[in-house]
Design a protein around this ligand. Structure first.
Ligand SMILES: Nc1c(O)cccc1[N+](=O)[O-]
Length: 233
């Protein structure tokens, strides 16, 4: 998989050289290119924004630098991802789907966003996905891009050492994950649930599933379907 990121803050993505994704890059499983949008400007001030047509507060990112920057990386087989509060929700299912694609390009907008014609132009040439990581306001697309890259990158085959660890996580099966415990068996008078020490794998699996259901009902009832489908889970 190759990732290309276009941003006015390229240094923000230095963190991609460490941790899991750093290893994935070193092993060649994931290639990453970070591109400074200002390198695609031609004026002395390296201008990337201007005032909005129709008035209003803030500035809008100009289409010209974006066109030159994206032309340098986007191909017909790319997926151009534009993080946006107005985007479709980015979920674990989205991450799983995007982890199967060969080339993802992330366009990190700032200010009031990118001139809409950029999305319109590239929608004629490749797959464009406007995606949101949450219903709150960020100053730009960089944090959202990092979250998406982490969620997607860890699902690329070979990135996570033990693929088993990917199957028992929140949202993988539509439920929140069960609580986890490790040694010591008692800590500050708090004991690990007996069933986990029983060695009875069937009872442990049943307890964990019930914990998933209880947590999901309590914290994220929106993830559950109708009442009967809850019982089926
Ligand atoms: N929420 C938000 C934003 O305010 C700005 C850029 C991207 C996002 N997002 O992906 O959710």
């Amino acid at each position: 998989m190759r990732l290309d990121i276009v941003t006015i803050f390229p240094a923000f993505f230095g963190v991609l050289d460490v941790s899991l994704l750093g290893k994935a890059r070193a092993s060649g499983l994931i290639e990453v290119g970070v591109h400074d949008l200002r390198d695609f400007t031609h004026d002395r001030h390296r201008t990337v924004d201007d005032t909005p047509y129709g008035g209003g507060a803030g500035m809008v990112m100009k289409p010209e630098p974006w066109g030159e920057a994206l032309d340098s990386v986007v191909t017909p087989s790319s997926v151009l991802i534009v993080p946006s509060p107005a985007g479709h929700p980015f979920t674990q299912a989205t991450a799983r789907e995007l982890a199967t694609r060969e080339h993802l390009v992330f366009a990190c907008g700032r200010y009031e966003g990118i001139d809409q014609r950029v999305v319109e132009h590239y929608s004629e040439r490749t797959e464009v996905r406007q995606l949101s990581v949450g219903d709150y306001v960020l100053n730009g697309g960089e944090v959202a891009t990092m979250a998406m890259i982490e969620a997607i990158g860890r699902l690329v085959p070979g990135v996570v050492g033990n693929p088993e660890s990917l199957t028992e996580e929140s949202h993988e099966d539509g439920l929140l994950e069960y609580p986890s415990y490790t040694k010591p068996p008692v800590w500050r008078d708090l004991a690990v649930p007996e069933v986990l020490l029983s060695g009875n794998h069937g009872a442990i699996a049943a307890w964990r599933h019930e914990q998933q259901l209880a947590r999901t009902r309590a914290v994220r009832p929106d993830l559950l379907g109708t009442a009967d489908s809850i019982e089926e889970r």
